[in-house]
Structures are given as C-alpha cells and as structure tokens.
Design a protein. Structure first.
Length: 310
C-alpha cells in the first residue's frame, strides 16, 4: 500500500532539514521559496508518514526530538547523495546558478571585493551576490554560501571553517597627536594617552600586546568605541588619539606617513582569516570555484600587506 509522500518524500525531508537549520518554519520557507504553511504541512505529513514526532513546537522555539535529531542526520546524508548524483548526471561540474557570499566590511573591501570580477569572468553562468557585515554570520538563516570572517577564536558552531591566513593589529596615531602628547615607550604608558577602540565580534574590547618576551593586557580608555575600522581610522587620522587597528586598514597610511606606528615592537595576537560554510552540505561547483579562488589569491594579497614588517 502506498504511503503518504511517496512522490514528495525528498521535498518533505528537505523542508524538515531547513526548519532545523534555520530554526523556524519562516526561515525554511524563505530559503525554499514557499510559504510557511506549506513547510508546516510538509513536516506534519512527514510525521504522519513515520508515525512519530520529529519536532517539539512551542510559541518561542523549535527543537528536534531524539528521533527527529537522528532522522535529520540521515536526511542530510540522503539529500547530499541526491545532490551529488544529480551533479554528476547533469554535468554540474560547470558552475551555474546563484552564489551568495559575505565578508567583514573593511577586510572585504580590500581583499575580497577585488576577486568578484575575476570570479564572474571565469564563471559567466553564476550570479554572485556580495554583502558585507561586521556581525557573526548566520549562514543558514541568511542563505549565505560562503562568509569570510576574522576572529581570534571561533565559537563552536555547526559551520565548516577553512583557515586562509592570519592578520595582526598594530598601534598607530597621527604624527601631530604624537607631537602634542609624546610617544609611548611601553604599553603601560598608554594609560596616559587618549585611546580609540575598535570593538566587534572579531576583536576583544581590551588590548593584548606581545613583544616576544612580555605579554600585556590593557583596558584602554578614550572618547571613541567603534565597531567598524573605518570610523576609528578616521578619528586617528584627525589626531584624536592612538588606535589599535588591523594592519590591512592602516597599512596604506603607515606607508604614506599619515599615520605612525606606535610601539612597533609590540603586536596583537594573530587574528585568523576563515572561510565559513554550512556544514553537512554538498559543496557544489560554483561554491568550490569561489573557495579555490579565495585560497589562491587572498593569502597572496594579505602577505603583500604583512610584508610591511619586513
């Protein structure tokens, strides 16, 4: 006897997986391009077919049952196998479709955005959607395929992280500020200076500095706390105070002399550069092509700026 969903089982499994990944019926519906009611009905039909409860539903949250969690893992494996089979059969070794990528703003402007044109040239059947954000990416809820993200420490998550390199932050100030206030000789001298802080999800609110022999942790004070490097950089250039900023955001000004490195023997801990992808998903040709381009070009561009220290 035929069961319900015999002709739509994969569709229902896909809906169920997207509900768990996105955390809501609404997120799943947006990702799939259907209505919330359709997603809810698919999950209900799936539960009826299996004669078991897959989700705990409340007005505030959704959570898988024990059976639902195990079933979701098997669904993902099955859906990946289907995607691989279709890719091989349809010649999907060729990149096509829509690719949604994201990067942190200032870093992306310098290193990632210049790669977009090269990618589009090499993959003419792909439409790339590029966005920037300072916040930790919610790839599943936002439908992002790859995010380039910087962090000293990555939180535990269901994302796949591919390390592309590392960056450091440096202390710097405008020459006129240092002429007025003097040049610090040790990190502890910063307590007598005006400090401009960059604080976002990838850097801490305190300053850590290391010269290879001594490690210092400071809680600087000053009139500005910004979550974007551009804001803090602008104030530093105007002589407001001393800033600690990622090298990529200040290296041009350091080379021009509009900024001067402060305590040049001291650097921040390394900040990792990562490509983040949703885990447990088949990586299709268009995504693989973007990752390959990042792995090939981004470390070279970063190394050119890091050569400032040579």
């Amino acid at each position: 006897m035929r069961k319900d969903l015999d002709y739509g089982l994969l569709h229902a499994m896909n809906a169920f997986v997207h509900v768990l990944d996105g955390g809501s019926f609404t997120a799943a519906a947006e990702h799939m391009g259907v209505t919330k009611a359709q997603v809810s009905r698919l999950v209900t039909l799936l539960e009826n077919r299996l004669q078991t409860k897959l989700l705990y539903r409340t007005t505030r949250r959704l959570a898988p049952t024990g059976v639902g969690e195990r079933y979701a893992a098997q669904c993902k494996a099955i859906l990946d196998m289907v995607a691989r089979a279709e890719g091989e059969a349809s010649g999907a070794g060729q990149s096509a479709g829509r690719l949604r990528v994201m990067s942190m703003t200032a870093f992306g402007n310098r290193y990632v955005a210049p790669l977009v044109a090269a990618y589009c040239t090499d993959n003419p059947r792909v439409t790339i959607e590029y966005s920037s954000s300072q916040n930790p990416p919610d790839l599943l809820a936002e439908g992002i395929d790859v995010s380039v993200y910087l962090a000293q420490y990555l939180p535990d998550s269901a994302l796949v992280a591919l390390k592309l390199g590392q960056m450091v932050s440096v202390l710097c100030a405008a020459p006129d500020y240092l002429a007025r206030r003097g040049v610090p000789q040790h990190p502890h001298d910063l307590s007598r200076h005006t400090c401009l802080r960059l604080v976002n999800s990838s850097v801490t609110s305190y300053w850590e500095l290391d010269d290879g022999a001594e490690h210092v942790k400071l809680d600087p004070e000053g009139p500005l706390v910004g979550n974007a490097a551009e804001v803090v950089l602008d104030s530093a250039l105007r002589g407001l105070g001393i800033a600690m900023l990622p090298l990529y955001s200040v290296v041009d000004d350091l080379r021009r002399g509009t900024l001067v490195q402060v305590l040049p023997a001291w650097r921040s801990p390394e900040i990792g550069i990562f490509a983040l992808l949703p885990s447990g998903r088949f990586v299709d040709a268009k995504t693989r092509a973007w990752i390959d381009l990042l792995k090939q070009e981004l470390p070279r561009a970063v190394a050119r700026d890091m050569a400032f220290f040579d």
